[in-house]
Design a protein around this ligand. Structure first.
Ligand SMILES: *[C@@H]1O[C@H](CO)[C@@H](O)[C@H](O)[C@H]1NC(C)=O
Ligand SMILES: *[C@@H]1O[C@H](CO)[C@@H](O)[C@H](O)[C@H]1NC(C)=O
Ligand SMILES: *[C@@H]1O[C@H](CO)[C@@H](O)[C@H](O)[C@H]1NC(C)=O
Length: 198
């Protein structure tokens, strides 16, 4: 009886090994035939135009990165008038006339706008009366309250689609005009990241 069991087990194993070998042969054949086909395709059937397309695709992301622009503006308050200046002087993306409170957009696209305004002093009991907003003509893009514990709005941010000739202006409402802005750039700044619209 044990001999018969061994015998049938051997048969099952032999059958299993045969099936595995056949599957292996089929896969090896498929591998070499498709490999041969794709080599033939690349050498003869691809037209010059298709090869050109394939060559430019990898560089597309870096082309987009080249058009992303970043600017940061520092605020100065003089006689209750807040003006903005940037170290980047080329004025290709955003222009601002000396002494002007309004920034002018010069390109169409998507703008990530970050604003933080900090005052050098603020009155806790009148906290609800301090408001800071970033407007484009009559449209409010960003609005926030001054937190009277640290006299700052913290960071306010939004993505906005803007067009050439649109304007940006920061307005500060405060109950006491002696609460002037803190001009340190790390406390009061307007930052712009621009993505072109295709
Ligand atoms: C804050 O405002 C309140 C209400 O007007 C006033 O009574 C108080 O003197 C002000 N505090 C300071 C430090 O100016
Ligand atoms: C002021 O406090 C607010 C709320 O706690 C915080 O978000 C903001 O970053 C603070 N700003 C500064 C300049 O410390
Ligand atoms: C922007 O305004 C200037 C002057 O008002 C005008 O000459 C120019 O065509 C405008 N540009 C666009 C893109 O509307």
């Amino acid at each position: 009886m044990p001999q018969t069991t061994q015998h049938s087990l051997t048969h099952v194993l032999l059958l299993w090994i045969t099936i595995l070998s056949i599957v292996q042969v089929v896969f090896i054949t498929l591998f070499f035939t498709t490999g041969h086909h794709s080599r033939a395709l690349s050498s003869s059937t691809v037209t010059p135009a298709m090869q050109f397309q394939a060559n430019i695709t990898p560089s597309a992301p870096s082309e987009l990165m080249g058009k992303v622009e970043m600017l940061t503006f520092k605020a100065t308050e003089d006689n209750r008038k807040i003006t903005w200046a940037t170290k980047n002087q080329d004025q290709i993306l955003v222009s601002v006339e000396p002494g002007e409170t309004v920034l002018k957009i010069k390109k169409d696209g998507y703008f990530l706008l970050n604003l933080q305004v900090t005052l050098s002093s603020c009155n806790r009991t009148m906290g609800s009366l301090y408001t800071v907003s970033l407007n484009s003509k009559d449209t409010v893009i960003l609005q926030g309250r001054i937190n009277t514990n640290n006299c700052s709005t913290g960071l306010l941010g939004k993505v906005e689609e803007l067009n050439a000739n649109d304007s940006l202006e920061v307005t500060i409402i405060r109950p006491n005009e002696d609460d002037i802005i803190d001009e340190n750039e790390y406390l009061t700044h307007l930052d712009i990241v621009f993505f072109p619209r295709n």
